[in-house]
Design a protein around this ligand. Structure first.
Ligand code: ADP
Ligand code: MG
Length: 289
């Protein structure tokens, strides 16, 4: 192997000047981004900056009005979420999405079943979900396969320490918010993704839950998993990220190493500037009252 083939990291996402408008509002404005295999990249920025919209464009939940999304060299712009999932893009949502009436185990089995169905048939995850429903009803062949999958899922859940393992048969709706988010990540991992896309994985978590999530993400990173995440807690961003991308008002205002970005005047302005605007507005209201 030549040194260049060792050093040249494979580009997973190559996003070129994507734009998404909602009426007159430009939620994402000509944003470009590339993610190489093994990288952990954080997207930060004030509320309403366009972070979740950008993630929706990358994961097929939404389609850009302009620009291009390439994944491993293929133009995937406008593809459906299940097509992207079949290519190895797994995600979690800002407000968490688990099947409340299904057990922890079955929620995560959905991810594993989806992966198997995709490997067998190419891609249709819609078919995979139908398969999961059959699996839950458990006729013979599926049940045999289930035994292996259950073992796999149990091993996967062990990553979450004692948080999920004792609750494996409980319905997801009975779990704490933090645990439901862990289930969602476990389900995404069961897809054995090429990249894990996390929208605010620690939102609504207290300090110790956040610390645990940080440890989990660091562990996934050590395993070589590529990750793209939105995160508000800057301390976490600094510890996790190889690179940081900063959005404000739909535009990319900075990107680079965590420390470079932290000291970037435009970033300080976007964060502190907004806060001052808020404080100023309050002062004005008080003055007017
Ligand atoms: P962030 O995740 O950075 O907080 P979002 O991507 O959720 O920001 O939103 C960016 C902007 O786009 C916000 O002004 C939001 O109100 C708007 N927006 C997001 N989704 C929609 C939608 N489906 N329809 C209309 N406006 C939207
Ligand atoms: Mg958001």
């Amino acid at each position: 192997m030549t040194s260049s083939s060792i050093n040249a990291a494979e580009i997973l996402f190559d996003v070129r000047r994507v734009t998404r408008r909602f009426g007159g509002l430009v939620a994402v404005n000509e944003v470009s981004l590339s993610v190489a295999r093994g990288e952990c990249i954080s997207v930060i920025g004030p509320n309403g900056a366009g972070k979740s919209t950008l993630f929706n464009l990358l994961t097929g939940i939404d389609t850009p009005d302009a620009g291009e999304v390439r994944f491993r060299g293929e133009d995937v712009t406008g593809m459906a979420p299940e097509q992207l999932a079949a290519r190895g893009v797994a995600r979690t949502f800002q407000h968490g999405r688990v099947f409340g009436n299904l057990s922890v185990l079955d929620n995560v089995l959905i991810g594993a079943h989806a992966r198997l169905a995709m490997t067998r048939r190419g891609w249709p995850v819609v078919g995979a979900f139908a398969e999961v429903l059959r699996a839950l009803a458990a006729p013979g062949t599926v049940r045999r396969e289930d035994a292996a999958l259950r073992e796999e899922v149990t091993t996967l859940l062990a990553r979450f320490g004692t948080r999920l393992a004792p609750r494996i048969d409980q319905p997801a709706h009975s779990l704490s918010y933090a645990n439901r988010r862990r289930v969602e990540i476990a389900r995404a991992l069961a897809l054995r993704p090429q990249i894990l896309v996390l929208d605010e994985p620690t939102a609504g978590m207290n300090e110790s839950e956040t610390a645990e999530m940080l440890e989990l993400i660091l562990e996934l990173k050590r395993d070589g998993l590529t990750m793209l995440l939105i995160e508000h807690k800057l301390e976490l961003v600094m510890r996790l990220s190889d690179r940081v991308l900063v959005l404000d008002d739909g535009r990319k205002i900075a990107s680079g190493l965590p420390n470079e970005v932290r000291n970037d005047p435009a970033v300080i302005e976007a964060y502190l500037g907004n806060r001052q605007v808020g404080a100023h507005a309050v002062r004005n209201e008080t003055a007017a009252a």
